[in-house]
Design a binder for this molecule. Structure first.
Ligand SMILES: [Zn+2]
Length: 280
């Protein structure tokens, strides 16, 4: 897949949940919309494979059998075939789960981390505040913030690394977004995208062919993002900060305005599925 000299990124989807279109765009009706759980495989020369998020896995079903976790499944009914989980997709590509060295977690919502337990030897990387929140919230309070403790590996304290500590260059970009550069991964920067979830990360991958900002859940739909349409306010219940969600969206729009070649993709936007067929 990758040449020997450069980082390559490939996107995949593992399952989806359904919601009403109105949730994403309050001007729409009650038609159904699918939120695909997109994740990325990053191959780094001389280092190996990393994942950025994992999508859904069968662990989600187990973690939502009883209350309060069951509320999550009621709110977002999930469809996933066994062969669609990240570990199975990678197996078909000839990549064994032990070859995944790191998993970068954008945020701890179940649709981004449900596959973590399928990669028991991977180190896990996230932002400090995202991890701290998982340690502070328990029971229904955690579920209301999209956190299912059963999806988090029991030995996470031995495997967790924080992007703030790994980053060799941390700065605010011209638009006020914090960027982290881990020199182990050339051409790639991580961005802190507050609002949707505490300490949520995205990444910006740029080389002579690609200028892609994977902004995870900073918005759910590219058209709504472009038009400044915010989700239905009922979702405020699990959004970390509505004001920061707005603010991050404005900053991303400013980046896009100043750099027309920049492509911004969001985890759950149907347009993002088009990224799945190529490797970048
Ligand atoms: Zn999320």
């Amino acid at each position: 897949m990758a040449s020997q000299s450069k980082v390559t990124i490939s996107f995949f989807a593992s399952g989806f949940c359904e919601a009403h279109e109105k949730v994403v765009n309050p001007k729409k009706g009650f038609g159904k919309i699918s939120f695909y759980a997109v994740w990325a495989l990053i191959e780094v020369p001389n280092l190996g494979y990393m994942l950025f998020d994992t999508g859904y896995s069968h662990h989600f079903e187990k973690a939502t059998q009883r209350f309060p976790g069951k509320l999550y499944r009621i709110a977002t009914p999930v469809k996933l075939k066994t062969e669609e989980s990240a570990v199975e997709i990678l197996k078909r590509k000839g990549i064994h789960h032990t070859e995944i060295k790191y998993i970068l977690v954008s945020h701890f919502h179940a649709d981004h981390i449900a596959g973590l337990k399928d990669f028991p030897s991977a180190k896990i990387i996230c932002s400090k505040v995202a991890f701290l929140q998982t340690q502070q919230l328990q029971g229904i309070k955690a579920v209301l913030k999209g956190i299912l403790h059963q999806l988090i590996p029991e030995d996470i304290l031995q495997r967790i690394n924080f992007i703030e500590d790994l980053s060799e260059e941390t700065h605010q970009n011209n638009y006020g977004l914090t960027e982290y550069k881990w020199n182990l991964i050339p051409n790639l920067k991580f961005l802190l995208l507050p609002g949707h979830a505490k300490g949520m990360l995205g990444f910006h991958f740029a080389n002579e062919y690609t200028n892609l900002l994977f902004a995870t859940d900073a918005a759910w739909d590219t058209d709504c993002f472009n038009k400044g349409i915010m989700p239905l306010k009922i979702v405020k219940i699990f959004i970390d900060s509505w004001d920061e969600l707005n603010d991050t969206s404005e900053k991303l729009k400013a980046m896009k305005n100043d750099s027309p070649s920049l492509e911004i993709a969001f985890t759950h936007c149907p347009k993002t599925l088009q990224l799945i067929t190529h490797a970048f």
